[in-house]
Design a protein around this ligand. Structure first.
Ligand code: IMP
Ligand code: MG
Length: 193
């Protein structure tokens, strides 16, 4: 069973959310990121976009619209590493991976956030070594470099809208115990840990 926040607790927590990035700031960030991405991917080869569920669903939807000038295919992947609360379980679980042959393709992993770096490291290795993609880059809404584990210090999203310090954030796809993914802005809750 996945732990969820009770409704009364969720509304109490919602009242404590402080906005970090407004919906407008996010839209601007996504548009800027798309411009950077379009400089690196060639229209002859297109982009094979892989949004990572669940957290990246909203970002992916906004980002791919900004990438409409280039051929783009898309397949979702679902990976989880968080247990409950705000701490990672330490293990990566990949669910229902159905992908075409990606050998020689240019992959763009679409992530919500790079935190410890564990998921990003796993994904990069998976697409590079197992799928034999030609190019593998990561776009994340948020980068939290201060949280990177020692063994993943080299992991850095190729494209990110925002860099933050050690805060647990919610909204724009990001959850706390499966809640708050539907907020159009990104916020944080003081003392959530
Ligand atoms: P990792 O620790 O870099 O492997 O990140 C794993 C996942 O943890 C991310 O894809 C998010 O789903 C989740 N995560 C990390 N930091 C936050 C946060 O501040 N808020 C909500 N989810 C987070
Ligand atoms: Mg999550």
């Amino acid at each position: 069973m996945t732990s969820t926040t009770s409704l009364s607790n969720a509304s109490e927590l919602r009242a404590k959310i402080q906005t970090l990035y407004s919906a407008e700031e996010i839209q601007q960030g996504v548009a800027n990121l798309a411009k950077e991405i379009l400089q690196d991917y060639k229209s002859e080869d297109g982009i094979f976009a892989v949004p990572v569920l669940k957290g990246a669903f909203m970002f992916a939807s906004d980002l791919v619209k900004e990438l409409n000038s280039i051929p783009l295919e898309l397949e979702f992947i679902r990976v989880s590493s968080y247990g409950t609360g705000t701490e990672s379980s330490g293990n990566i679980t990949a669910h229902n991976i159905t992908l075409p042959n990606l050998e020689g393709r240019d992959v763009l992993i679409i992530e919500d956030i790079v935190d410890t770096g564990r998921t990003a490291d796993w994904l990069i290795k998976f697409f590079t070594n197992m799928c034999q993609a030609r190019m593998v880059k990561i776009a994340a809404v948020v980068d939290k470099p201060c949280r990177r584990l020692e063994s993943f210090k080299h992991i850095k999203p190729d494209y990110s809208c925002f860099e933050i310090d050690d805060k647990f954030i919610v909204g724009y796809g990001l959850d706390y115990q499966q809640e708050f993914r539907n907020l159009p802005y990104i916020g944080f809750i003081e003392d959530i840990n």
